[in-house]
Ligand binder design. Structure first.
Ligand SMILES: [Zn+2]
Length: 262
């Protein structure tokens, strides 16, 4: 990471704390008027979404499947597990996401991914933290889904690790970004069917030998930016369990491709 990247990361980290504690103001505003990290519209303070973008975010609220975290169309009880989770039980215990992956969420993830708007990271992390609250008691360590090495180099920024670092810090847990390693290069998932995605991601991750004693018997909170088909998340969760973790919960900022379950 170069010096500019380091500076930006520090600023993004500082922004997160301030986002949680209230608006920032001061000399910086003279040089950099606050802009909405999603749409670049003017806002009252740094690291805040404008009201329009805020209103467009679709928060995932109860009732939802306690396993998959996918919202139900109607209130059917807190403990009812969806037919989908029963038919195809995931390797993780629980998955939660903050918002549906619609246009505003997509813009925030994109800004964060390409790091052209540091304020986006603070907002994404704060909202993800909100979704992770109910997983906090069980979690012992926080692990992000890793980028493949060439993608890390290309973008020089793993947004999942950025979110995970902030969650771990706020939850008082250890952030262990090297616990999951990619075993090989996987194809881009775009355009693949559900079955092809599963095959593409099978065995894509492993826990390196030196990390096994660290995660043995631990309850892991696995972090990613977007839950899409679940192929990546499930493959990563299986690798953690194979590596010795006792259980895996999942939290992502956004959740793609879901219709409320009936
Ligand atoms: Zn906006």
């Amino acid at each position: 990471m170069d010096a500019a990247g380091d500076t930006a990361r520090r600023e993004a980290r500082a922004g997160f704390g301030l986002f949680l504690r209230g608006a920032r103001s001061g000399l910086g505003d003279i040089f950099m008027p606050p802009l909405c990290p999603a749409c670049q519209g003017a806002v009252g303070a740094h690291d805040l979404l404008c009201l329009g973008c805020w209103a467009e975010l679709r928060f995932i609220e109860r009732p939802f499947c306690p396993v998959l975290g996918v919202p139900f169309a109607a209130e059917i009880g807190e403990t009812i597990v969806s037919a989908e989770a029963l038919a195809d039980p995931p390797p993780f215990a629980r998955a939660r996401s903050a918002v549906l992956f619609d246009e505003t969420a997509r813009r925030l993830v994109h800004k964060m991914k390409y790091h052209d708007q540091p304020g986006a990271a603070g907002i994404v992390a704060a909202l993800t933290l909100r979704a992770a609250r109910e997983l906090a008691d069980a979690a012992e360590i926080v692990v992000p889904v890793p980028l493949h090495r060439w993608r890390l180099w290309q973008r020089r920024f793993n947004q999942s690790a950025e979110i995970a670092a902030r969650l771990a810090s706020e939850m008082g847990l250890r952030h262990l970004p090297a616990v999951l390693a990619r075993t090989r290069h996987t194809r881009q998932q775009v355009g693949l069917s559900g079955r092809e995605r599963e095959a593409n991601m099978r065995g894509a991750f492993r826990v390196p030998e030196r990390w096994r004693p660290v995660i043995a018997g631990r309850h892991v909170l696995l972090v990613d930016d977007v839950y899409t088909s679940g192929a990546t998340i499930k493959s990563a969760a299986r690798a953690l369990l194979r590596g010795g973790a006792s259980a895996v919960d999942v939290v992502t900022f956004a959740r793609a491709g879901i219709e409320p379950l009936g």
